[in-house]
Design a protein around this ligand. Sequence first.
Ligand SMILES: Nc1nc2c(c(=O)[nH]1)N[C@H]1C(S)=C(S)[C@@H](COP(=O)(O)OP(=O)(O)OC[C@H]3O[C@@H](n4cnc5c(=O)[nH]c(N)nc54)[C@H](O)[C@@H]3O)O[C@H]1N2
Ligand SMILES: Nc1nc2c(c(=O)[nH]1)N[C@H]1C(S)=C(S)[C@@H](COP(=O)(O)OP(=O)(O)OC[C@H]3O[C@@H](n4cnc5c(=O)[nH]c(N)nc54)[C@H](O)[C@@H]3O)O[C@H]1N2
Ligand SMILES: [Mo]
Length: 683
Amino acid sequence: MRETRRSVCPHDCPSQCALSVTVEDGRVADVAGDPTHPFTQGVICGKVHDYAERLYAPTRVPTPLRRVGAKGEGRFEPVSWEAALEEIAHRWRRIIGEWGGEAILPYSYGGTLGLLQYWAGHPLFHALGASQLDRSICIATAYAGWAATLGTVAGNDAEQLVDSELVVLWGINASHTHINLMTLVKRARKRGAFVVCIDPYRTATARSADLYLQPRPGTDGALALGMMHVLIAEGLIDRDYIGRATLGFAPLAESVRAYDPARVSGITGLSAEEIVSLARRYGATQASFLRVGIGLSRHDNGGATCRAIACLPALTGAYAHPAGGALLSSSRSFGLDLGALERRDLMPAPTPRTINMVRLGRALTDADMRPPVKALYVYNSNPASIAPNQELVLRGLAREDLFVVVHEQHLTDTTDFADIVLPATTSMEHVDLYKSFGHLYVQLAEPVVEPVGEARSNWHTVRLLARALGLSDPHFAKDEPTLIREVLASGDPTVEGITYERLREERAVRLNVGRPYLPFANGAPTPSGKVEFVSESMAGLGHPALPTYVPLVEGPDNAELARRFPLQCIVPPNRFFLNSSFSQSDLLRRRQKGPSVFLSPVDARARGIEDGETVYVGSARGGARFAALITEDTRPGVAVIEGIWWSKHQAGGRGVNAITDDRLADIGGGPALHSNLVEVRKL
Ligand SMILES: Nc1nc2c(c(=O)[nH]1)N[C@H]1C(S)=C(S)[C@@H](COP(=O)(O)OP(=O)(O)OC[C@H]3O[C@@H](n4cnc5c(=O)[nH]c(N)nc54)[C@H](O)[C@@H]3O)O[C@H]1N2
Ligand SMILES: Nc1nc2c(c(=O)[nH]1)N[C@H]1C(S)=C(S)[C@@H](COP(=O)(O)OP(=O)(O)OC[C@H]3O[C@@H](n4cnc5c(=O)[nH]c(N)nc54)[C@H](O)[C@@H]3O)O[C@H]1N2
Ligand SMILES: [Mo]
């Protein structure tokens, strides 16, 4: 029997595609983009197109497993769900008795963005009084910077950029990470839009733009301030918008006088002419759309950068134009009540401590932690691969006295360290509700096939754990449809009329936000109600009241470190993996060729490195081995390592995050993943 069923891509990607899944004899046979979905438009990436390979991979966890080998070895024997749950409940009870609930740490992130499975663990760990996890690894800094200027994390509707005259893809490699945006960009370009891409290396996205600008990593804040300098000096601003919708124009104008094109050229490595001409182009139209990536925020100064960029459309009035404005993320356009899933009220008083997920290695190895972390429960994440300061993370995971449970679909680098592995369902096997951080549609996906083996969803597993632990709150008795109804019912007017029943029928429903969607047409939900060039809330937190540029902590201005580690190294996503997901796939690993580092010919020559040779890329933390890929696409002084390979597929057993640091960026508690100084040597 062959039929087509509808689903939603669960992965941590702004496209959140609507899928059309062909099921044959109860198994997924083929996956395509839903042609009727206004954002997906029938286009999906190569990763998800081959999803059947992921569902039925040899790495799939079929049953609960118990460790029989040493930590890190990944040797297990199958056990029943009952035995696994009993053992977990027993160990946790003992740990809570001896050390208190805070000795348990949940660790989860973006394995699925389905709301039920993303938030599944919160009520359980709140009820246990476990340490809270600050889920900061991706967006925290970018969102904090954006919200400093705009009061929220919303932006103009990406669909509106089709009518723009100027599209700026700023620190986003959408050809890899958000291909549905490129569908819109291509349409805009066909209608005459001029497309600019700003990125430290020439990406696939840069190649499809009309103009490519190559700043030094971490200098975009200075570029934005330089653009403001030119816009204001040349009167390319909308005095009406500034007057009615912004706060602090006069002090901003005063402060950006210091960012003249010559100075900004010295900081960014762009020429003064490039800076002036970009500003003039930007000031020439209000139909200008800035699509800003999260990537550029993953620097020491990333929050300040996002904050500065968010000011630009307020100077020209583009926020009020139906084809203008800016978008970093549409996340908070969705007025869903996630409190109904998180259930903070289940937490004991006083509120348990919070541990920043960026600093997992420290939390697991710090001898002064009171109480120490004695149990780790990982789901929706692969910290052994994706968390920075990998040496420290691995040392922590290898602790004999740390009880590690991993709920996973696949046997990953992290499951190698588990005492117990629990098998997880995929989005094709469980029900979930989806928002998006790139578009404005709420979506529902119901299972299209039966679970593989004994896999269970995160929420199902949490309910079983709650029962094994004797937790009696009625919340743990709720089934998935009940939770979906609750989340939808208590939302704000943006989701009014969007019900479970309607979603079962229509699958994707647009938020009630109107068209065009212009959230900042007349101001912003900041304390002043205006777009804030000057922010008292930032000043209150000890940050400058005005947007500023601060050089990277770990960058060329750090002369002492730069002597030993002279190259900047950025670590953006690759095309065929999604963070470390899909690294399990033989097919996609082959397409991705192998872990490599892009080096400019100048830097390679200076080190006697030939194309394809194995090199060691090392930072002050540690390092890993890569094949050198010598290319003019990156500038001298900047090395690029795309993607996160599972360390077990990498020679030497260490991955890219052995290089990165767990240092936090300026605001929001996110990581400075791209602010690395390294040296590269032949092996
Ligand atoms: N194929 C694929 N798709 C993905 C992912 C993946 O791993 N693979 N990851 C998903 C996830 S979790 C996320 S959060 C999003 C990520 O998507 P975003 O973070 O929004 O953006 P990216 O597309 O990663 O692009 C980041 C770009 O920023 C550039 N960059 C780095 N430093 C700077 C800088 O200082 N200035 C400027 N201008 N640019 C800089 C990098 O070179 C890179 O090209 O993508 C999602 N989609
Ligand atoms: N060097 C470097 N490091 C990075 C980044 C980078 O660009 N470069 N990007 C950072 C960013 S933006 C992010 S978001 C993080 C991402 O970090 P993670 O969120 O850990 O992302 P993944 O590597 O995709 O791992 C997700 C895991 O969840 C599992 N999973 C999927 N669905 C489910 C489910 O329903 N239940 C359970 N129990 N498990 C499930 C998958 O099999 C997968 O192994 O990485 C960060 N780390
Ligand atoms: Mo992310």
